[in-house]
Design a protein around this ligand. Structure first.
Ligand code: ZN
Length: 310
């Protein structure tokens, strides 16, 4: 295996995770959590999304959250924008990066953004202009790349078509998303190989969900192919809107733990990260799926028990 030496991790919990929470998380708490994450060494964030407050009330404080984040050199704070209005609001709020969202399947795009893939792609032209005028970078985020809950397998040609249009707009970074955790290692190998071979200069990040327990397995598969940008969420926040109770994104602490055990550099303090995960768990008021936050690292030792169970 030809593993990369360093890995970049983008924290998406404040967006992908918080948006699934029914109870409104106070703005000050969101800011506190993001700033605690910044102190762990995380540099890349998808901090919020500029969507209609009617569609996702949890994200109605996007501009205030952005204003409260401690920024430093080298950080990239991005926000998801589904439409032109969102791009304008994100630019006005001072994001470093806007993330343009589109699904690789027609039915998912219609159900998620309420328009056709072509409609989304056309909107991207204006959104990319808004970003360029504001001096903001643009990243494309493609959903359901590895499988769609409405259509099943997604032809890789769908992904190609979208990447091509994005490239034509000067977009040099994309994220391939496994929105409902349908990826498996053979699918990751096939789809990622195809995209990386066709677009050698493209920066490709991978966004896996652990919905069926294969999140880190898919990360490991992609690492072996040389991929070095992964998205995850603190505590494994997030979920699957179609499967109540199903786990969400790959968990950031579990991901960092695996990287450390593989000898890969992340620049993130795992002990601090675990502390933040526990604080997030307290905030949302229910058990989060993260595992290392419960058991600790493998060499975090315990005092011997008198009557061990096994
Ligand atoms: Zn996601």
């Amino acid at each position: 295996m030809n593993l990369p030496k360093t890995v970049r991790i983008r924290e998406v919990g404040p967006r992908d995770g918080f948006q699934m929470e029914r109870e409104f998380i106070p703005t000050a708490t969101k800011i506190e959590i993001i700033n605690a994450l910044v102190r762990t060494g995380l540099c890349l964030f998808e901090a919020t999304s500029f969507v209609s407050p009617r569609a996702i009330p949890q994200m109605r404080d996007a501009a205030q959250v952005l204003a409260g984040i401690d920024r430093h050199e080298g950080m990239e704070v991005g926000a998801l924008v589904p439409n032109i209005r969102g791009a304008e609001n994100a630019a006005a709020a001072g994001v470093d990066e806007i993330v343009l969202l589109v699904s690789a399947s027609e039915s998912h795009n219609r159900s998620n953004i309420n328009q056709s893939i072509e409609g989304s792609l056309r909107g991207f032209e204006t959104m990319a202009e808004i970003a360029s005028e504001a001096g903001i970078t643009v990243r494309g985020s493609i959903s359901v790349v590895f499988g769609c809950p409405f259509e099943g397998n997604v032809p890789v040609e769908n992904v190609d078509r979208i990447v091509e249009r994005m490239a034509a707009l000067g977009i040099t970074a994309v994220t391939l998303g496994d929105t409902t955790g349908m990826a498996t290692p053979p699918i990751v190998r096939r789809v990622c190989r195809s995209v990386m071979d066709k677009y050698p200069g493209l920066e490709i990040g991978l966004h896996f969900h652990n919905t069926r327990g294969l999140g880190l397995v898919n990360v490991y598969e992609a690492l072996g192919m040389g991929f070095d940008i992964f998205e995850s969420s603190i505590g494994g926040l997030g979920g699957c809107p179609f499967a109540p109770g199903a786990t969400g994104n790959v968990c950031t602490e579990d991901l960092v733990y695996m990287m450390e055990e593989l000898g890969l550099e992340t620049g993130i303090d795992l002990v601090e990260l675990i502390r933040v995960a526990k604080k997030v768990e307290e905030t949302v008021g229910r058990e989060l799926p993260g595992q290392v936050m419960k058991s600790g690292r493998r060499l975090d030792l315990y005092p011997p028990l008198l009557n061990p169970l096994i």
